[in-house]
Ligand binder design. Structure first.
Ligand SMILES: *Cc1c(COP(=O)(O)O)cnc(C)c1O
Ligand code: SF4
Length: 318
């Protein structure tokens, strides 16, 4: 993470993109700075400004234009906060915002304006959330999210899970993480130890939007998780100019199945301020997914969903 590229000019130089291109992007970083880890950068095509991985991380002038209906908290995270760092929207599952840090900054991220400053960052800070989980026997699953929980060191995560597994009604621990994709070296023996060394059933949900994100190192990292017996799911976001294409999404699903990862969700973009240029109309999304249904086995078709404030589950669009 220390070595990640944080400067647009440097990113454009490394990718052999023209300086004019760097100039327009540099003006757009605003409050959500550029952050691209080098293993992810290595998978981008040189000299191609429309590379699908680059588009996910490159600030564009379009971000700075306010668009009606695109807000700081499109999914109602703030009203769903039980307390700082603990969200509940759905029955039986709570989501812990373990950290605000990520190993990559995705320009379309719906939590890019999240008030992370109030989120806890150590075991003592988490105690309030833990007590709340303890007091509600309907909660069977804790989702460690963020930010990216795997930006935290393993001994801290191990401590947290060790504490959580003492809560009798908890059954599962789920990680929502992009780290095995953007810095696959993060999948260490220590990580596998705490994730499998708990009575809680682990589930790992990764985030891959395009098949070009999967190289041999990513495949090896996913194989390690798989060999440890951890169920693996993928969520993707439907993004204009990145994966709004049947061939791309079909290939992504095929690659995921090869790697024993089930395509779980394809999210309709949440209308977060700064991301309007990524939106694909729902009608187009439905056409794409209908074509995936025609081409792929049912288990390889992700559920095309949208988060709608006030609904008690994610809503399927098809
Ligand atoms: C998406 C989400 C979950 C998980 O929902 P599943 O349908 O179980 O994957 C849980 N909590 C919050 C706040 C979410 O946004
Ligand atoms: S890794 Fe996830 S939480 Fe972090 S910026 Fe990307 S989409 Fe947002």
């Amino acid at each position: 993470m220390k070595e990640a590229v944080r400067d647009v000019k440097e990113l454009c130089q490394l990718l052999q993109l023209p300086p004019e291109f760097a100039a327009q992007a540099a003006g757009a970083t605003g409050q959500f700075p550029l952050f691209v880890p080098r293993p992810f950068l290595a998978r981008m095509r040189r000299g191609d400004a429309s590379d699908p991985l680059l588009r996910q991380v490159l600030p564009l002038e379009a971000e700075t234009i306010a668009v009606p209906e695109y807000t700081a908290d499109p999914v109602g995270d703030v009203p769903a906060s039980l307390q700082p760092g603990l969200l509940q929207k759905y029955y039986g599952r709570v989501l812990m915002v373990t950290t605000g840090a990520c190993a990559v900054h995705c320009r379309y991220c719906f939590r890019q304006h999240f008030p992370y400053a109030v989120a806890p960052r150590s075991l003592t800070d988490w105690l309030g959330a833990i007590e709340q989980i303890e007091s509600d026997a309907s909660i069977h699953e804790v989702i460690l999210s963020g930010g990216d929980p795997l930006t935290l060191v393993d001994h801290l995560l191990a401590q947290l899970v060790h504490r959580l597994e003492k809560i009798p009604h908890l059954r599962r621990i789920r990680l929502h993480t992009r780290l095995p994709i953007v810095i696959p070296q993060r999948v260490t023996a220590e990580l596998l130890d705490w994730l499998t060394g708990t009575r809680l059933t682990p589930v790992v949900v990764v985030h891959i939007n395009h098949p070009a994100e999967i190289d041999t190192v990513v495949s090896a990292a996913l194989a390690k998780l798989n060999a440890a017996g951890i169920p693996l799911l993928n969520q993707a976001v439907l993004l204009r100019g990145v994966n709004d294409n049947v061939d791309v999404l079909a290939e992504l699903s095929e690659r995921l199945i090869d790697l024993h990862v089930l395509p779980y969700y394809l999210h309709q973009l949440d209308r977060v301020a700064g991301a309007a240029h990524f939106e694909v109309p729902v009608e187009r999304g439905c056409q794409i997914v209908a074509e995936l249904q025609r081409r792929l086995p049912g288990y390889a078709v992700p559920r095309y969903v949208q988060e709608i404030i006030g609904r008690d589950h994610k809503v399927e669009l098809i």
